[in-house]
Design a protein around this ligand. Structure first.
Ligand code: ATP
Ligand code: MG
Length: 417
């Protein structure tokens, strides 16, 4: 039985001496997926293990609740920071394991009481082992009484100063000492693979993240304005991809850099400047589809948001879609810029994304673009070039960059709005 002694030398991270520490992570939506459940859980487990790389943390079995054993609470905190990047978990908690006995649970729970010094409390029990002889309510009452003997605090079921959460499986009881955020979503890889058009700007990395959240594993393609522009935007995209790969550590996405300036110059020679961005976008879609055919991806992802700029009106987006053989996903379609910026800030990449860099898109356009480029004009310009062949050769010559995986704690940026 763990003693009441605490290890307060560790700066407020007191732990009941001897109580093994673990993190319980609860599977979210993936646990609902009927026949594919096994596959989902296997994928999630692989993703979790990859995200734990370098930590002293062991992922143990457990169906819809995965147990991660750690040597102590500081490591549990690091596990928590990594878990924020593993899609598929609804929530998680740092727990102390003990015997399935109300006295042991009350002893272990004292850690939480010493930390929070509440004026009242309640106990909430969840039994995952339904064969345990006491019902949840009976055990709640027993643990409550044992805590009252130790603390003399009143029970308050409606507004407790501390709600002590306890879980039971076949093996142990787990006393929650801290709740952690779950990333939600579905395990990356469980919905297939997509290619995200990553510009180095603010929207596309957030779009990539949202695609991952719904279970897509993402590779990146970046169109650089070389040889006419310097590669600052490319470096930004690469740094963004590294952060994004922290959310898909089991299979980090490569970034394909496509020198696009010459194709833009050719398009500018066959079109009025005000139609150019839509023509560029259509050609980007063709190149990205070629890349997808090579890498086995089955959809494209962009950072378009309806009405944000002239190339993102309904008519122009429909024109771009027409040039894409693959489904073109736009996770941010209905997002406001502020929402996108807040999400980028939460990843710690907003300042990076905002760094000035020459974007490939405006190249040769001299500014103003039409909000509804007539389809006939697009087709007339395009008929003067062999764009399928150009797309194929661009994909063939794309440079592969491996951006790596960023797994250090994310540093959300605060922004006075
Ligand atoms: P972002 O901040 O993502 O660049 P944006 O608001 O600047 O978006 P656009 O420049 O119109 O919007 O680009 C729309 C989308 O097209 C981008 O979100 C991205 O998915 C794709 N895209 C644009 N330029 C590039 C590029 N140079 N390389 C890769 N993808 C691009
Ligand atoms: Mg852009």
């Amino acid at each position: 039985m763990p003693s009441l002694e605490t290890d307060s030398a560790r700066n407020g991270t007191a732990v009941a001496a001897g109580a093994p520490v673990c993190v319980l992570a609860k599977v979210g939506e993936a646990s609902l997926k009927g026949r594919n459940r096994r596959q989902f859980l296997d994928q999630l487990r692989r993703n979790l293990k990859a995200a734990m790389s370098g930590l002293d943390a062991r992922v143990l079995d457990g169906g819809s609740v995965l147990r991660i054993a750690v040597p102590g609470e500081p490591e549990a905190e690091r596990v928590g920071s990594r878990l924020e990047r593993v899609f598929g978990f609804a929530n998680a908690s740092v727990c102390l394991a003990c015997e399935r006995d109300s006295e042991a649970i009350a002893d272990t729970g004292m850690v939480a009481f010493e930390r929070l010094r509440p004026a009242s409390f309640s106990v909430r029990v969840r039994r995952r082992d339904k064969s345990f002889p006491l019902t949840s309510q009976q055990l709640e009452r027993e643990v409550g009484a044992a805590i009252q003997r130790r603390t003399a605090l009143p029970v308050d079921l409606s507004r407790p100063g501390l709600e002590l959460r306890v879980e039971l499986d076949q093996r142990s009881a787990y006393v929650h000492v801290r709740e952690l955020a779950g990333a939600g979503g579905l395990p990356v890889g469980s919905s297939g693979r997509a290619i995200c058009l990553l510009s180095g700007g603010i929207d596309s990395p957030v779009a990539a993240l949202m695609a991952m959240k719904r279970g897509l594993s993402v590779e990146f393609v970046h169109f650089s304005g070389e040889p006419y522009l310097d590669p600052v935007a490319t470096s930004k995209a690469q740094a963004q991809a590294r952060v994004l790969n922290g959310f898909q550590a089991a299979r980090p996405g490569p970034m394909w850099v496509v020198p696009f300036g010459d194709q833009q110059r050719m398009l500018s020679a066959v079109s009025p400047p005000a139609n150019l961005i839509v023509l560029y976008r259509r050609q980007m879609a063709r190149v990205a589809c070629e890349m997808a055919a090579r890498t086995g991806a089955s959809a494209l992802v962009t950072g378009d948001s309806l009405g944000q700029v002239s190339s993102q009106t309904l008519p122009n987006m429909a024109s771009v879609e027409d040039a894409s053989e693959l489904a073109l996903l736009r996770p941010l379609l209905t997002w406001d810029k502020r929402e996108v910026m807040a999400k980028a800030a939460s990843l710690g990449i907003l300042a990076l994304s905002e760094l000035a860099a020459e974007d490939a898109c405006p190249l040769f356009t001299d500014g103003k673009q039409r909000t509804a480029v007539p389809r006939a004009e697009l087709l007339e310009s395009e008929a003067q070039l062999d764009l399928a062949e150009l797309a194929e050769s661009a994909a063939r010559r794309a440079r592969r960059v491996d951006p790596g995986v960023f797994l250090d704690p994310l540093e959300p940026e605060s922004r006075a709005s």
